[in-house]
Design a protein around this ligand. Structure first.
Ligand SMILES: [Zn+2]
Length: 338
């Protein structure tokens, strides 16, 4: 048994697209997997890598028990290479693209082919992207390159056009509930997590395994609630709650996670405002959602969603996270006491 022996959750069409046909003549040399966060892009890329290097693949799947599958399950397969942003960098740099070219040129060590997975391809520096393009244009027959990206539009068009694009979407709540239950999560908890996950099985699995995921989400939503109940002039000190004065990177990470949670919450407010409560995903925050939906017009809610998106772009553009957060807090509407 390996970590790939349980079925991939949802996105059946994408899973089929990366099936056995891809490893013979009709297959592509490079793939681009796109879709929202936590829907399984990296997982699917690694499953494909395990399948492509398996010594005795079983139909459309890796066998799960050969020497090669054992190595890929340990994350230590000599022919599977994962290229991603290094901790201290915001981009994938030119040396990493040179590494891909080098891997493409050598023979596989253990399997019939090598697979390079490039995580968050939109993070490729321009020079790195151009170098990678050359490797993709002149691939060796035994190399497969799988890129992932949260937004295909941000990937260099010349790279995107040379990849077979596979799009992953959000997954239905019932499918996520079944998958959690199959992993031993009690039915009631599985149902709550699946709702909160907003179609993202990776988030639900993380939250089932690590209670701090739910705690952090709660802290972020409590903070937003405090901001909305506080008069604008008094809001700036609230930004302290996401700031780690000694560690800018940690502040940035906390803020990115909070912004994603807040965007989901605001979308839910819009959904409730439209009278479709059953479609909201923050089921544990219904009272707050209703309160905001009652007090705000659609334009105000849409404005908050856009403003939160702007703060996310500021963060991506390397604006000081504290400033980006303060700017957002000053622009969000006042709800008064609940
Ligand atoms: Zn195998």
């Amino acid at each position: 048994m390996t970590q790939w022996s349980s079925p991939f959750i949802g996105n059946d069409a994408a899973v089929r697209l990366l099936g056995p046909a891809e490893l013979v003549g009709a297959g592509a040399h490079a793939y681009l997997l796109t879709g929202p966060e936590h829907v399984g892009k990296r997982t699917l890329a690694l499953r494909f890598a395990a399948f492509a290097t398996c010594l005795v693949p079983d139909g459309g799947r890796s066998c799960g028990s050969c020497r090669s599958c054992a190595a890929s399950a340990r994350g230590a397969h000599p022919d599977i290479h994962v290229i991603e942003r290094r901790d201290d960098r915001r981009t994938i740099v030119v040396e990493q693209a040179q590494e891909v070219a080098r891997i493409s040129a050598i023979k596989p060590y253990q399997s019939d082919r090598k697979v390079v997975v490039i995580v968050d391809a939109e993070a490729l520096e321009a020079r790195a992207a151009n170098l990678l393009l050359k490797t993709i244009e002149e691939p060796s027959d035994d190399t497969r390159i799988v890129l992932t990206s949260g937004d295909g539009d941000l990937v260099l068009p010349t790279i995107r056009s040379r990849c077979r694009e596979v799009t992953l979407g959000k997954v239905g709540t019932r499918v996520i509930i079944r998958a959690l239950e199959a992993r031993g999560v009690p039915a009631e908890h599985a149902s709550v997590l699946a709702q909160l996950s907003n179609g993202r099985p990776g988030w639900a699995i993380n939250a089932a395994a690590d209670p701090s995921v739910l705690e952090v989400r709660g802290v972020h939503l409590d903070l937003l609630s405090s901001v909305l109940k506080t008069r604008r002039y008094a809001r700036l000190p609230l930004a302290d709650r996401l700031e780690d004065p000694r560690n800018l990177a940690r502040t940035r990470e906390a803020m990115a996670s909070a912004l994603a949670t807040w965007t989901g919450w605001w979308r839910d407010v819009l959904v409730v405002r439209a009278g479709c409560e059953e479609l909201a995903s923050c089921v544990d925050r219904m009272d707050e959602l209703r309160d905001a939906a009652t007090k705000l017009e659609v334009a105000g809610i849409a404005g908050a969603i856009r403003r939160t998106g702007l703060a996310t772009s500021h963060l991506d553009d390397n604006v000081n996270p504290r400033l980006a957060l303060e700017g957002l807090f000053l622009d969000l509407p006042e709800l008064g006491a609940a």
